[in-house]
Write a protein that binds this ligand. Structure first.
Ligand code: KYN
Length: 297
């Protein structure tokens, strides 16, 4: 496949419109169905866990997070921090507790992070918000067995930006032991000319500054401690699939611990929706990773 730079605008827009690629439904139906699954799944999350909602991690209106606690928490639980997708302009933390039931059952604390959506939030602000949310969580919880990040689509981009953080200005280095990056976007430059950027208003410089693909050298602090799982759906677009493959390669080339999972029979949306299911391959991988006993500590 040619580079995105050689694509005409119509092809580029299609490549970066995940809803056009589902084999299950047409593009409007797949987004509606997505919102339905997330809404119903989050209601299940509220039933399965005790939750602390709208906990502020900063002074901004959107700088709030939801915490889902297991019924029988251990003294040092694993913490999974979830960043929702929606191209930085859709969805919210309020629809992002759908993965809670299988995780709290295994004793994991789940945190779903809110951030300002575009046009209120621009990329620099959103990235700083998610970084600050992680600092807040680390400061709130003194005992946990490890922090694990999970993000979908734009949320995978945000999780990757957390991995690329220089923590010296934050005064803490979070103990991030794993990251699950699902159908993410790691080079923002191709979306600058597309419709997706109408609300975001990113310049080429904004896109470069916020592209994890350009910042892999900032991930060295993770070496040896953090396992990065790059996940892509079989029916993601060619460009999304290529972005995941290239980011995975960059992680490996940098000497970091990473693995790649190409999930068969899924599209951009159900690849994450299925986290409501206990026996979904990704649920199983996440559970295995976050409950793994540390052998060298
Ligand atoms: N990635 C998402 C995650 C959740 C909800 C929507 C999206 C979208 O990408 C919408 C976009 N307008 C699309 O063409 O699919």
């Amino acid at each position: 496949m040619c580079s995105w730079k050689q694509m005409d605008l119509e092809e580029l827009q299609k490549q970066y419109s995940p809803s056009c690629w589902s084999h299950r439904m047409d593009k409007d139906a797949v987004i509606q169905a997505h919102i339905k699954v997330l809404t119903e799944g989050t209601a299940q999350g509220h039933s399965a866990a005790q939750s602390l909602l709208d906990v502020p991690y900063g002074s901004g209106n959107a700088e709030k997070l939801d915490i889902y606690l297991p019924p029988n928490p251990s003294l040092a639980p694993a913490l999974l921090i979830y960043f929702h997708g929606g191209y930085w302009q859709l969805l919210s933390k309020d629809l992002s507790g759908f993965m809670v039931p299988p995780l709290v059952k295994a004793g994991v604390v789940v945190v779903s992070v809110g951030y300002d959506l575009a046009p209120k939030g621009n990329m620099d602000l959103i990235v700083s918000q998610v970084r600050r949310s992680v600092v807040f969580i680390v400061q709130q919880y003194s005992t946990f067995s490890g922090i694990y990040l999970c993000g979908h689509s734009a949320g995978a981009h945000l999780a990757a930006m957390v991995l690329c953080t220089d923590w010296s200005e934050y005064g803490v280095v979070p103990d991030v032991k794993g990251a699950f990056l699902v159908s993410g976007i790691y080079d923002l430059c191709p979306i600058v000319p597309t419709r997706t950027n109408i609300l975001l208003k990113m310049t080429q410089d904004d896109a470069l500054r916020n592209s994890p693909m350009q910042l892999v050298n900032k991930m060295k602090w993770l070496a040896g401690n953090c396992e990065i799982l790059v996940v892509v759906a079989e029916h993601d677009s060619d460009e999304f699939r290529k972005q995941s493959q290239e980011f995975y390669k960059a992680i490996k080339d940098a000497g970091l611990m990473g693995s790649f999972e190409d999930v068969p029979n899924t599209d951009h949306f159900d690849v994450i929706e299925k986290l409501v299911e206990d026996d979904y391959i990704l649920t199983q991988i996440i559970l295995k990773t976050v409950t793994r006993k540390c052998t060298n500590c």
